[in-house]
Design a protein around this ligand. Sequence first.
Ligand SMILES: Cc1cc2nc3c(=O)[nH]c(=O)nc-3n(C[C@H](O)[C@H](O)[C@H](O)COP(=O)(O)O)c2cc1C
Length: 184
Amino acid sequence: MVKVAVISGSLRKEAVSTKIAKNVAELFPPEFETELVEIGNLPVFDQDYEEEGNTPEEYTRFRNTMKEVDAVLFVTPEYNRSIPSALKNVLDVGSRPYGESIWNGKPAAIISQSPGNLSGFGANHHLRQILTFLNMPSVQQPEVYLASSFDLLDDNGKFKEEGTVQFLQSFVDVFIDLIKRYQA
Ligand SMILES: Cc1cc2nc3c(=O)[nH]c(=O)nc-3n(C[C@H](O)[C@H](O)[C@H](O)COP(=O)(O)O)c2cc1C
């Protein structure tokens, strides 16, 4: 079984990012296990936590979960033309202790969304910059910028349009090819 962690950049209960993430998780074939990983419980990163005996247990739990994962799907809104702080926090937490980053070498894919027309371009590319440094080979094409994201979902939180599903399926298929290349 290939494990894919799904990380939503939004903590709010009704987050469109999380709803989109759940829809996209269903597009993976049965031999892929997707898991929505909680990030809202992680204390804000403080380098003093790296001292022996000082590691928050939420960090240890998160790092242990992520060590078992083969790939990561990020779905994020844009906050002030960048990624939300909760998402940056989890990237920082996972990157330490130095030399033991849980991100290293894991294939990744990015979806950004916004309720307006801009579709989270700034967040998407700031995240891309970070993933480059974290050594996460990422899906380049198709890029996924979802505009008018609140209009994409019905009352049950499902995509309204078959065209949206088809586009995201083509994105997931490319991601699967990338993951398989790194499994070999
Ligand atoms: C602190 C803050 C900053 C925001 N900055 C941006 C922004 O730079 N660009 C944008 O398109 N939307 C911005 N928004 C609006 C978000 O796109 C909107 O809240 C979005 O729905 C959040 O996604 P969610 O439903 O997954 O929480 C901002 C919202 C907040 C709370």
